[in-house]
Design a protein around this ligand. Sequence first.
Ligand code: BTN
Length: 289
Amino acid sequence: MWKQIRALRRHGYSVESRHGLGYRLSGQTDLPLPWELARVLHTSFVGKQVVFRQSADSTQKVALSFAIKPDSHGTVVIAEQQKSGRGRQKRKWLSPKGGIWLSVVFKPDIPTAKITMLSFAAALAVCEAIRATGLDAQLKWPNDVMIYDKKVAGILLDISAEADQVNHAVVGIGINANVDASAISARLNGTKVTSISDELGRVVSRLDLTRVVLENLERWYLEIETHGAGAILREWKKNSDMLGRKVSVKQNNKTIHGVAADINDDGSLLLRTGNGDINVVSGDINVRY
Ligand code: BTN
């Protein structure tokens, strides 16, 4: 009995013990555990299989090992904490308990040239989910989710592709949900960091947030697969306050200044500089507010 009670508590459930009366489940968990997600998730394929680890090196690594299996389309790997979380540009991603650290496997029917749209879809899905908590989340190119000038979530895309066909894609999503931002502020050189709980002044249900993210992600994924990326880009721009602002882009030890004029159809950033327009394909930008 004790073993089961301990396991329940470890999974975030509250169990009261009353002398002489026994035990009572007195509080639900907020963790996105597979059986809890199965109860609430309304999707057709994303999250039909959920793998949960209390601790993983990186959910990307676990998900990539599933991605080579034929029936893994939509598999979600979630960890309560990551020991070696990965960020973009080979950066580390500190992932303590309290956050949402997950990876989704896709076997996409999307041309290789359009596959980066998946990270736009994921960023939009997360941005919409955070906005539903009441916060004014905004997208920053290429796929950061910000609250004003602080980063609250990031997206990582790993793909295995041939010239004309994608074998699999793994979308990594990191959301600073209920974490103390000061504990992760060392994560990003230069970029300020925040968390949903710091901004709201209360904790949020990670189960609920994960459900909304996965439902949004499936919707946007199906939109790309059936109609292409037009609607995603339009919606992405509506959820971003960086267009029209002055930005600087770091590229090979060089910093280019300009105005973020638009996002091109291929997902690159159109930067208007004093020396003409430049298409920025990858990198980090700083936005001046
Ligand atoms: C970024 O640098 O903005 C991307 C961060 C992506 C972090 C997530 S957390 C879940 C998944 N597993 C990882 O190791 N990284 C991604």
